[in-house]
Design a protein around this ligand. Structure first.
Ligand SMILES: Nc1ncnc2c1ncn2[C@@H]1O[C@H](COP(=O)(O)OP(=O)(O)OP(=O)(O)O)[C@@H](O)[C@H]1O
Length: 259
């Protein structure tokens, strides 16, 4: 069932971080949520992760309405969430870290270590499973976070800027790990266009709390290839079709209210 959001509005005090956002994410599809700083990406993922209340509108995670107490409880069992900032105990071994996360997500103690071992294998850390967390590089740490978020087999996976701060090679590794770690519906937030078009089947562009574009990376490139942004500015030489599409999406009309 994936994710469905209709008319979602979330405000901090009186300022709207999300303004009547509507979008769907189909089962098994990797969606990049792209947008500038302050666009509302973390707020959207936090609502879906049940860490933040729905203001107005509705949000369903695999058919469960996260605006209700029962819906939140049901959604939590089938979610995987890698927040923008997460703490891991440096002295713990990788295997114990992931097994603990699986157990905390409802997996039995007996299954937790087997699932943790499988998850570490999928993100390319199997050979390090006996090592301690503090020995990992930034990129390896993110992949450990991915293993911890996916070991219990979530139906919906929410990754908040998982490649922030990683060098290009580590970003490529991480993107590949997402593909191999899960067949869940994925929402992956980023402000890096490269990550969005290479990691995802679909791109959702948010700006100022509004959806500006939804489509495939090819759709975005086609939008860019039209040669002008929605604001009528010509795109310069050296601008890729994706970048031109991103600019057009940011400066054109909002996308979630079109048929
Ligand atoms: N706890 C908070 N209190 C008040 N305002 C907040 C809070 N969290 C976020 N905001 C505001 O809500 C808006 C959306 O923030 P959000 O963190 O969702 O954006 P983002 O797209 O994830 O940004 P970034 O790329 O910088 O992480 C911003 O204007 C931000 O200042």
């Amino acid at each position: 069932m994936g994710v469905e959001v209709r008319g979602l509005t979330v405000a901090y005090r009186r300022r709207e971080a999300l303004a009547r956002v509507s979008l769907t994410a189909q089962p098994g599809v990797v969606n990049a949520v792209l947008g500038p700083n302050g666009a509302g990406k973390t707020t959207l993922l936090s609502v879906l992760a049940t860490a933040q209340p729905v203001g107005a509108g509705v949000a369903f995670v695999d058919g469960h309405d996260v605006g209700t107490t029962d819906g939140r409880a049901a959604a939590r069992e089938l979610l995987g969430w890698l927040p923008q900032r997460f703490d891991l105990a440096g002295g713990m071994r990788l295997l114990d870290t992931v097994a603990f996360a699986a157990w905390a997500s409802g997996v039995s103690e007996g299954d937790a270590f087997r699932l943790a071992s499988d998850a570490l294998d999928r993100v390319g850390l199997a050979s390090r499973e006996r090592e301690r967390v503090r020995t990992l590089s930034g990129g390896q740490r993110q992949r450990l976070g991915l293993a911890a978020a996916t070991a219990h087999g979530p139906r919906v996976l929410l990754l908040d800027e998982p490649t922030a701060g990683l060098d290009p090679e580590q970003r490529v590794h991480f993107r590949r790990s997402v593909r191999s770690a899960t067949d869940a519906t994925v929402l992956l937030s980023t402000h890096l266009l490269d990550d969005a078009v290479h990691a995802a089947d679909r791109v959702i562009i948010l700006s100022d709390g509004q959806v500006r574009f939804t489509g495939t990376p090819d759709d975005l490139a086609r939008l860019g290839a039209r040669g002008t942004t929605g604001a009528g500015q010509a795109t310069g030489a050296g601008t890729s079709p994706y970048e031109a599409g991103y600019l057009a999406a940011l400066h054109g009309p909002r996308a979630d209210e079109s048929p």
